[in-house]
Write a protein that binds this ligand. Structure first.
Ligand SMILES: [Zn+2]
Length: 296
């Protein structure tokens, strides 16, 4: 075995130097023992880097988490059994690398699950997706006051139900706990603050929160998507649309607001905004499940 290793090394060495030294194998190995060990260490290190897979940390979920999803998350309810299993796996993975912390409020198991559902729903069409640009979600007990946050980005932010941090709050998301809950409670509404904020994160993946998720959207759909956004923002401003008026703030907010509608009421969204719906199934690589009727 040792002899084979030595021979391989000699052949490799000889090859790189342009000639064979097989005749003086024994003395050559002895002279080059140090180099041999160094090479061996390098080979082992490269193999470790290439083939070692860090075990994924799995997040904690309470024993009744399926019941809680069934009761509170209409997206989950409408999935078939196989998709439900995949959804649950994504939730466990999400909770393994995202920390959820309450600020002046208790974080209940349902809150952790709803944050995770808000994150998993928009990326359910991307099996390998992970939120590398997020580390922590902070839950606040109310619609929070800008003055509580010291960063300039936070002060300038007008959406008080949730925000994606910048600057010192990079990789941090802040959500109002009541807003998070309400987003899932009323499945007849077209609003969901948790999904809204996670869609901003997807949008941010290419470096700019601008309504154009270049990491998700194939190049040929970019212009049609921009045109559709512009047309629909005009329609909102002129009162010709049922999309939340907050969506007319700018393209980034438009994308987040229509995504809430798309995931929460896909049936109604498709009916009222077929062109947006079609492009959004391409952006998100999924058609949100609609097999079960929505409950009020
Ligand atoms: Zn927003």
């Amino acid at each position: 075995m040792i002899f084979i290793g030595q021979s391989i090394f000699v052949i490799l060495y000889a090859f790189t130097n342009g000639y064979l030294q097989l005749k003086c194998l024994h003395s050559f190995i002895r002279i080059n023992m140090d180099a041999y060990i160094v090479l061996l260490v390098i080979v082992v290190m490269v193999a470790v880097v290439l083939f070692y897979k860090k075990p994924q940390k799995r997040g904690f979920v309470p024993p009744n988490f399926r019941e809680l999803f069934q009761e509170h998350v209409s997206f989950y309810r409408a999935l078939n059994p196989e998709e439900k299993k995949r959804f649950e796996e994504k939730i466990i993975e999400f909770l393994g690398y995202i920390h959820i912390k309450g600020v002046k409020t208790e974080v209940e198991e349902l809150d952790r699950l709803l944050v995770a559902a808000s994150g998993v729903i928009p990326i359910f069409g991307f099996p390998e997706w992970k939120y590398y640009n997020l580390r922590e979600v902070l839950l606040y007990p109310y619609t929070f006051d800008h003055e509580e946050f010291l960063s300039e980005a936070a002060r300038n932010y007008s959406d008080t139900l949730g925000m994606v941090g910048n600057g010192p709050l990079q990789r941090v998301m802040i959500l109002s706990k009541p807003a998070l809950r309400i987003g899932f409670e009323n499945s007849m509404s077209t609003e969901n603050t948790g999904i809204h904020e996670f869609v901003h994160l997807l949008d941010k993946e290419d470096g700019a929160v601008d309504g154009l998720p270049e990491a998700l959207l194939k190049h040929q759909y970019a212009i049609p998507w921009i045109n559709l956004m512009n047309d629909n923002i005009v329609a909102i401003k002129e009162g010709r649309s049922d999309i939340n008026t907050y969506g007319a703030t700018n393209k980034a907010e438009f994308f987040a607001v229509v995504s809430e509608y798309f995931f929460k009421r896909p049936d109604l969204f498709r009916e009222n905004h077929g062109d947006l719906y079609d492009l959004m199934t391409r952006i998100f690589h999924q058609a949100p499940p609609t097999s079960l009727p929505h409950e009020s």
